[in-house]
Design a protein around this ligand. Sequence first.
Ligand code: SF4
Length: 262
Amino acid sequence: MTLLGRRGISRREFLKFCTATAAVLALPVGKVSQVMAALEGARRPPVVWLEFQDCAGCTESFLRASRPTVAEIVLDVLSVDYHETIMAAAGKQAEEAKAATIEAGGHLVIVEGSIPTKDNGLYCTIGGRTAVDLLGEATRNAVAVIAVGSCAAFGGIPAASPNPTGAIGVRDLVGHIPVVNLPGCPVNVVNLTATVVHYLTFGSLPTLDDLGRPLFAYGKRIHDNCERRAHFDAGQFVEAWGDEGHRLGWCLYKMGCKGPET
Ligand code: SF4
């Protein structure tokens, strides 16, 4: 029995998952079998998942996705060697697992939360070591970093003015390996899964935009596909909640819609 079978995931559920993920990546139908083969393969890339200035919301969304959960699939195809929230090991045993993974190299690093840099980074320390130090160590021999959530990508809420801890995103610190940004609060786990599946299937990361975001997920604005767009183009705007334009489904731009920038 396969690993997925032992977790109670049927072949049909697995096929649906692979088809949906291929669709997210905008892959042609013919690539679904390639995605399935990659996920069924024995290769399990090691992952070190670090949490810094965060609320663990990205981890929560990862663990609570719909069935078959993203976690069920991804935890079977990845070897999550270190994750403070979900790993069974603790203390010295956990640190040894992380050290062994980093030493072996070739792993993925997933980062959740921003990194404080003010006052030598003392506002986030784990085991007496700063987030700056831990991130530098974890990425030394890694192949790439996936920064999940707005905090890891761009600093997020901790970086809001006056940014008392000097919080920054991963890309401001890591320049020697690719960094994929998956902003969102929390991260959209479908985008995380699709990024991982792309890496497993093709051995490379998806194409990124100038901000390090995968084009498959961030290449279009909500404004581009909004059902109210025709009203925007026609200059038909809601001027007040409950007015005739509101009842007729006109554009919400004047009411504060951020669709053109989102
Ligand atoms: S401004 Fe907002 S409501 Fe109007 S078309 Fe764009 S996304 Fe839709």
